[in-house]
Design a protein around this ligand. Structure first.
Ligand code: APR
Ligand code: PHB
Length: 397
């Protein structure tokens, strides 16, 4: 078995692992990333695309923000459509100048990958049977198989950035883990198409036929979603059926502006709220989807992953530069406070915007009344806006 040595072994080369790798590189800390899939496979995943200011700042700090600033679309508001009428939430005005940027997660991943490659930093793709060992000691190890050979990485710390189905959370001692989970009784059917967006901002739709979202990737590429039963399959939905159903959930003005075309991607994603506590087990740290999942309403997933990773970088800097373990000990609690705030918001926004037949007609009336309150009360609008643009990195400290 060949053994290499590094300071931090990172499992997973999704946005969390890649951003951590980049932030550690900037801090002069060595890291190796081990990823189960190929680079092309990692880039084939299409996910949400709304970045908070805090995430933009971290991408800048990581030195990968140039294309995001060039190509990202700055949004100062979004529309809520309910009872057939649209109402704008002016985030920028409500939050005194804060915006979000619409820039696909796939592009964030590509920028991080390119930077890592340009700097010649080590990433092992298509690593088989990745395992994490001895993280309850001062000498943890990661092992994997590649081309029929077993390899080991000796390290000081392991960062579990391997997503919801990864090996790191599964390797924590079961008695030390508490998991919280809510699975929603519907999924999101997403379509990507090379058509101009229906509106210059996003439209979140509450309709008695179910939720819909009009999003975008650029002036010529749109992303749309429909709430569908979890039993549906993407293959069951022709492009024609998708556009026809979307029209039934939109207002007449949006229907008049909707440009349809062939889908270039179509898939169904389940909706889940999930949190693992704690997020550290000795020298094994969980970050991003490995530790928590939010339903996509409000697009908090990548933003939460980014702040986990920032707290982790700060903890490692304290350890190596200041010989202090304070950041390491505080990591889990620090992340979880922010995680639960975003979980609460994502659950609330999901509950407000989706159709829940089991709640009956009165459920729809409650949603209508809450939406009416939100758009006509400055306090209501501000609460939505300040959560949507995201919390500052050190909120409440
Ligand atoms: N060994 C090595 N790598 C693994 C293993 C394993 N056993 N299991 C999973 N991986 C890899 C996956 O192939 C994937 O590339 O870990 C990576 C995890 O990436 P993501 O699932 O994208 O998770 P994360 O990087 O935390 O990204 C968080 O992505 O899912 C969205 O909404 C989420 O936006 C958020 C962001
Ligand atoms: C997306 O563009 O994919 C998107 C945007 C906003 C959301 C969720 C997804 O709330």
């Amino acid at each position: 078995m060949s053994t290499t040595r590094t300071q931090v072994a990172i499992v997973g080369a999704g946005p969390s692992g890649l951003l951590l790798g980049q932030l550690l590189f900037k801090a002069g800390i060595d890291a190796v990333i081990v990823e189960r899939q190929s680079p092309a496979h990692v880039l084939s995943r299409i996910r949400a695309g709304v970045l908070e200011q805090v995430t933009m700042d971290l991408l800048d700090e990581a030195g990968v923000g140039q294309r995001m600033h060039r190509e990202g679309l700055i949004h100062g508001g979004f529309d809520l459509l309910f009872k057939g009428a649209r109402h704008r939430i002016d985030m920028n005005q409500l939050t005194r100048g804060k915006n979000v940027v619409v820039y696909g997660q796939t592009e964030v991943t590509r920028d991080l990958m390119d930077a890592r490659q340009a700097q010649g930093l080590p990433t092992v793709y298509e690593a088989d049977k990745v395992q994490v060992h001895d993280f309850d000691s001062a000498k943890p190890r990661v092992t994997y198989e590649k081309d029929g050979q077993t390899h080991a990485i000796a390290c000081d710390f392991i960062a579990g950035c391997d997503g919801f189905h990864g090996v790191c959370r599964a390797s924590a001692p079961p008695s030390a883990v508490k998991e919280y989970e809510k699975v929603y009784p519907f999924g999101w059917l997403g379509v990507l198409s090379d058509t101009p967006p229906v509106h210059h901002e996003l439209i979140y739709v509450n309709s008695t036929r179910g939720f819909a979202l009009c999003s975008q990737r650029s002036a010529t590429r749109s992303r749309y979603y429909l709430q569908v039963p979890t039993t549906d399959t993407a293959a069951q939905w022709s492009d024609e059926a998708f556009w026809a159903e979307l029209r039934l959930r939109l207002d007449p003005e949006a229907c008049a502006h909707l440009v349809t075309g062939p889908s270039i991607e179509k898939s169904i994603a389940p909706l889940r709220s999930f949190v693992t506590e704690p997020m550290r087990f000795g020298r094994l740290f969980l970050a991003g989807d490995a530790a928590h999942i939010v339903p996509p309403t409000g697009a908090k997933g990548l933003n939460l992953a980014a702040t986990d990773v920032k707290y982790l970088q700060a903890a490692f800097i304290e350890f190596y530069a200041e010989h202090s373990q304070a950041g390491i000990h505080a990591y889990s609690e620090r992340c979880l406070r922010r995680v639960w705030r975003a979980e609460r918001f994502s659950w609330w926004f999901t509950s407000l915007m989706h159709h829940f037949p089991e709640n009956g007609e009165i459920g729809q009336k409650f949603q209508d009344a809450e939406l009416d309150y939100l758009v006509h009360s400055e306090a209501g609008s501000l609460s939505l806006a300040e959560n949507y643009v995201g919390l500052p990195l050190n909120f409440g400290e």
